[in-house]
Write a protein that binds this ligand. Structure first.
Ligand code: ATP
Length: 213
């Protein structure tokens, strides 16, 4: 699972998903847009639009799936609920992984029932070139004794471990920077897939003069 706001999806998400698929030898990577992300303000664009952009971005990429399961839930989009639904679908022995970037990882102790995430899945933290802060004390406590050295030892169990990964094509691309560029009418070429760019421009998404929600 790679959850997020995807407001909008960009090549940092998509290339990371492809490299996670390869590095961890996963069957598939579910990219799951949050309907109502609990720890941030309301996204700029409605969940259905963000899902449509995600679908366009993924296209026919092998191993990547645009998963809409959070869109049908009411209330905040808690990852623990999403993992529980994936666990129910795949059974107790499946190895489940929740991937997240270092920036999101830094706030993990503030998430809803963070211990429960480890009951349901492994956590894999991806390095981001533009986010390098040290871990807060509450987070160090939460992950104490969980860290694995490599993929092989992590994947011996179905859940409960933590692995920090440096993927080959780390990209300093963020949705925040993309939204700022789009709002200012500046180029976003080669930061997101062309089909996503075309849809954004054609529908005037992320323009300050338009309410997209
Ligand atoms: P924003 O700038 O709006 O906070 P974002 O670019 O961080 O957005 P999210 O949708 O919040 O995108 O991210 C979903 C997940 O993907 C998070 O775990 C985030 O850390 C991770 N992620 C986002 N961009 C990258 C990137 N360039 N490289 C690796 N992971 C990323």
């Amino acid at each position: 699972m790679l959850g997020g706001t995807f407001d909008p999806v960009h090549l940092g998400h998509l290339r990371s998903a492809v490299e996670l698929h390869e590095a961890l030898a996963l069957d598939r990577v579910h990219l799951i847009p949050a309907k109502a992300p609990p720890l941030r303000g309301e996204p700029s664009v409605a969940p259905e639009q963000r899902l449509a952009l995600l679908r366009l971005g993924i296209g026919d990429t092998p191993g990547l799936v645009a998963d809409d399961r959070e869109l049908s839930r009411v209330g905040p989009s808690y990852s623990a609920d999403t993992l529980a639904s994936l666990r129910e679908e795949w059974g107790p022995d499946a190895r489940l992984v929740m991937a997240l970037g270092h920036d999101a990882f830094l706030r993990l102790a503030e998430w809803h029932v963070p211990q429960r995430l480890f009951d349901l899945a492994h956590l894999v933290v991806m390095d981001r070139p533009d986010h390098q802060a040290a871990l807060p004390a509450a987070l160090r406590e939460l992950i104490d004794g969980r860290e694995s050295e490599d993929v092989e030892s992590l994947m011996r169990r179905p859940a409960g471990g933590l692995l920090r990964l440096r993927l080959p094509s780390r990209m300093a691309i963020s949705a925040t920077a993309l939204r700022e560029r789009l709002a200012g009418g500046r180029s976003v070429r080669y930061l997101l897939p062309e089909a996503v760019e075309r849809h954004i421009i054609a529908n005037a998404l992320y323009r300050p003069d338009r309410d997209c929600t």
